[in-house]
Design a protein around this ligand. Sequence first.
Ligand SMILES: [Zn+2]
Length: 383
Amino acid sequence: MHVHSFSKGLPDHLFPMFIANGVTEIRDMGGNIPLPEVARIKQEIASGSRLGPEINAAGPILEGEQPFRPFSISVKNELEAPLAASQLVEQGAEFLKGYNTLSRPAYPGIAAQAKQLRVSFVGHIPDSITPAEASDPGQKSIEHLWRIPNNVVARPEKLKILSTDAANAQNPKAARELHSQSNEIILADYDQTKARKLHAKYSRNQTWQTPTLVVLRSYASIHDPALRQDPRMAYFSEDLRKFWGSMGGSPDPRNGDVQRRLFQHDIEIVRSMHAAGVPLLAGTDTLNPYTYPGFSLPEELQLLVSAGLSPAEALQNATLRAAQFLGVERNYGSVEPGKVANLVLLDANPLDDISNVQKSARLFSAGDFSTGLFWMICSHCSG
Ligand SMILES: [Zn+2]
């Protein structure tokens, strides 16, 4: 429920990996392949001329005056907001994704237009608004717990000042120092009452969360040399391996320890959200560093279980709950007559141990339960 597969050359490379790992549908959260080409690729998959998952795609991301990503649409003011949203949907965007730089005046215009067009508005929480303010206008999902840990502290203003100072710092060393002060505040000043209030709001408004714990863990341990020795690296080009490797920077053991504690803190926030009834989705943020298409989903499920979900709940976040989020539960998400038979048959029970989702024996893709017609793709079959 959170991947990036629409950059040049990636569909050919990544789609077979999704299928090989039993991922039969993806929510693509933004890339630089134009929407008409995305539609053509979807058509090729539907007709069987290309191997790949079913796709729900955002296309370009909506950003503010100075976009962070080169493929984003820049929304400069509130007047441009509804127009930008409508144009994307006209071009074939199935939902709208907002990002960090969206301005405070533009944000509600996009949310309102998304409602009008009956598409969901999802993404990061812009720097200009708070996590609570994102929920009431109807942002449907928040990704990576974006800006949530920074706001469930007793003194969020202090963190805001530190982050502005870090952005304006004279040199990288000064910026690092300010960042580590911020991290200490996030950990030491956690305000459980504030967190509970926010989670109650998300539960009431059905503001879904895609914590993407697997990518948060990658960034938390980015200096760990073991990441670079992962045998799955062999599936990727030299360029991508170099790019991921370059994310490490200079290792600082002191920082590494804080990062690990911050990641544990993220797990605790997910635990508290789950206990409050906040709806969750399973996503990996692949192709960010050391997140592997399809391969990383079982790891995300394990991390969700470590945050207090039962194996059944974690599985449902990747199946039935995901289908409900996308509004396609009539045809997808559970094993029932009349539904599309996108399913993985396992050799061991995942309700006993969630890691059993990796013990797959067969994958059925785009079959139909009512007619008994299946397309079967597996390593043991020749037909
Ligand atoms: Zn992402």
